[in-house]
Design a protein around this ligand. Structure first.
Ligand SMILES: Nc1ncnc2c1ncn2[C@@H]1O[C@H](COP(=O)(O)OP(=O)(O)OP(=O)(O)O)[C@@H](O)[C@H]1O
Length: 251
């Protein structure tokens, strides 16, 4: 076990019958680092995140989060981590404030009302605190989802498509906010995204998945150089379209 690792994944594998959704994934995310988890549709990103959260049991392999083996002691890790995904809707009929109170309670957050007020201020939620979650715009929902993800001051944040369906201005606001937040908090972030410019801006290191396997990794600049491309989007397309033999690209 690496003591200063936020996540250590060793031989992580998930099979559904004949389909191997995640195949022998191995990586170590250091504490305080922001890494990107990339891959085309069906590459295995969501399955990986679900195993990191302990929602899915791996078919093989092991996940250690903040020093805790997720198979044996996941609740010790879960209170110190959090996640946000556009595919997980907050209860629609509860107001934003009620939702945040429920999650604050679930995570046993001390002085919950003060924490909610603090998040409402920094994430510009004050005007919508008493609106039902089901009545919010996509941008408002994203800010509420981030507030939910931060309610327990996590040391590790798993973000699945944090800016999907946001207009460019709101997306930029969320990215700037995340940059500030991680500087202040020292939180480690694993970010799954299809937005390559976002990944180049936020992530110091990128894991590229294809058909469940880790096929390339490195900093965005290293990957761009290794593939002889101008940007990460072109690297992504090379990998997705098999324009380079994957064996050449593996770090
Ligand atoms: N419950 C399931 N039963 C069977 N197959 C599944 C299940 N969940 C995922 N898969 C398969 O596992 C593979 C990986 O899916 P996953 O959702 O992890 O990919 P992804 O990279 O998150 O894709 P996307 O970018 O489209 O969200 C796919 O082939 C998918 O069809």
């Amino acid at each position: 076990m690496t003591p200063d690792a936020a996540i250590q994944a060793e031989g992580l594998t998930k099979r559904y019958g004949e389909t191997t959704a995640v195949d022998s994934l191995r990586f170590t995310l250091p504490r305080g680092a922001t890494w990107g988890l990339l891959g085309g549709n069906g590459a295995g990103k969501s399955t990986t995140i679900a195993m990191l959260l302990g929602i899915l049991v791996p078919s093989e392999g092991r996940v250690t989060v903040l020093g805790h083996d997720m198979a044996r002691n996941r609740f010790a890790a879960l209170v110190r981590m959090n996640f946000s995904s556009p595919y997980v809707a907050l209860p629609h009929r509860l107001t934003v404030a009620e939702n945040l109170r429920v999650y604050a309670h679930l995570y046993d957050v001390p002085r919950a009302e003060a924490r909610i007020a603090e998040l409402a201020e920094t994430l510009q939620l004050e005007e919508i605190l008493h609106r039902r979650a089901g009545q919010l715009s996509a941008g408002q929902k994203t800010r509420v989802a981030l507030a939910k993800a931060l309610v327990n001051r996590p040391e590790l944040l798993l973000l699945d498509e944090p800016t999907a369906s946001l207009d460019p201005d709101t997306g930029d606001w969320v990215r700037s906010w995340l940059e500030r937040y991680r500087e202040e908090s020292g939180c480690a972030i694993l970010l799954a995204s299809h937005n390559m410019a976002e990944v180049e801006r936020l992530c110091g290191h990128v894991l590229m998945m294809k058909r469940g396997r880790l096929v390339a990794e490195g900093s965005p600049a290293e990957l761009v150089t290794r593939f002889g491309r101008d940007n990460l989007e072109d690297v992504f397309l090379d990998i997705a379209r098999d324009r380079r033999a994957l064996g050449e690209t593996t770090a």
